[in-house]
Design a protein around this ligand. Structure first.
Ligand code: IPE
Ligand code: IPE
Ligand code: MG
Length: 245
């Protein structure tokens, strides 16, 4: 199961308590550990967390600088912990606009945790789904003859290199907004969506458990009918003729 979370509401959580927005980001970063620790028991194979969108560069320089420093600190502190817990960490999104120090820290943490098999944790930093789609499409049109599968693998990494990850099964967004904000547009084609007004710094594993119970009670049809229907499925003419020589 692939669960993706848009960790939103950090700034409003802090402001409501009279703190600077950065305090919300710091508390938000602390929340990640409990969610990651609970993920294998909740049945997650892949967990993708939206940490910084390509559009977040529009924020004041002081907030952006603090966030970048926070990502660096997160990786330094959590890297060894993730390794011990059997978690493989990857970062999706562009790297060319990150500081060299952060890019190196990302590479080091990815290498350090590469053997993790209990969970694949993906952090989206400087990520834009539209940018990923655009890059993959441009590369595919420029003479590179990729198979549809290779095209898809590349766009799933968010930066043009191949990545194997399944579609998103459940997308959670905290903080009250009900939108995708350019996150995993391709991978969420059939994702179940779950929104909560709880801001990310106050989000608990108990609430995540509620999201999972709700998800398990839903009926996913992927365009077909209820799984109990056993008759033969209709095949459109074009699909049938594609198969015949
Ligand atoms: C999400 O929280 C974290 C990032 C986008 C980096 P916000 O910073 O968007 O918090 P709100 O939505 O302003 O409360
Ligand atoms: C999306 O949140 C990005 C992250 C949570 C990292 P935003 O707060 O940036 O999204 P909008 O601006 O409300 O759509
Ligand atoms: Mg926000």
């Amino acid at each position: 199961m692939h669960v993706a979370i848009i960790m939103d509401g950090n700034g409003r959580w802090a402001e409501a308590l009279g703190h600077p927005r950065l305090a919300g980001h710091e508390q938000g970063a602390r929340r990640i550990r409990a969610v990651v620790e609970s993920a294998p028991a909740l049945g997650f194979d892949v967990l993708t967390l939206y940490a910084f969108s390509a559009d977040n560069w529009k924020r004041p320089a002081s907030e952006v600088t603090s966030l970048m420093a926070l990502f660096d600190r997160y990786l330094v502190v959590e890297g060894p912990h993730l390794r011990r817990a059997g978690v493989r960490l990857s970062v999706i999104g562009r790297r060319d606009r990150l500081s060299r120090r952060l890019a190196e820290q990302i590479e080091m943490t990815e290498r350090m945790t590469a053997c993790g098999r209990r969970l694949h944790l993906r952090l989206a930093i400087d990520y834009s789904a539209r940018d990923a789609l655009r890059r993959a499409a441009i590369a595919a049109c420029s003479g590179t003859s990729w198979s549809p599968m290779e095209f898809e693998r590349r766009l799933r990494s968010g930066r043009g290199v191949a990545a194997d990850t399944p579609d998103v099964d459940l997308l959670v967004r905290t903080g009250g907004e009900q939108r995708l904000s350019d996150f995993l547009l391709w991978e969420c084609a059939y994702a179940e969506l779950w929104f909560t007004s709880t801001p990310w710094p106050a989000f608990t594993v108990t609430e995540l458990g509620r999201a999972i119970s709700d998800f398990r009670a839903r009926e996913r049809r992927f365009g077909g009918l209820k799984p109990t229907y056993v008759g033969p499925s209709f095949r459109p003419r074009s699909e049938a003729s594609e198969d015949s020589p």
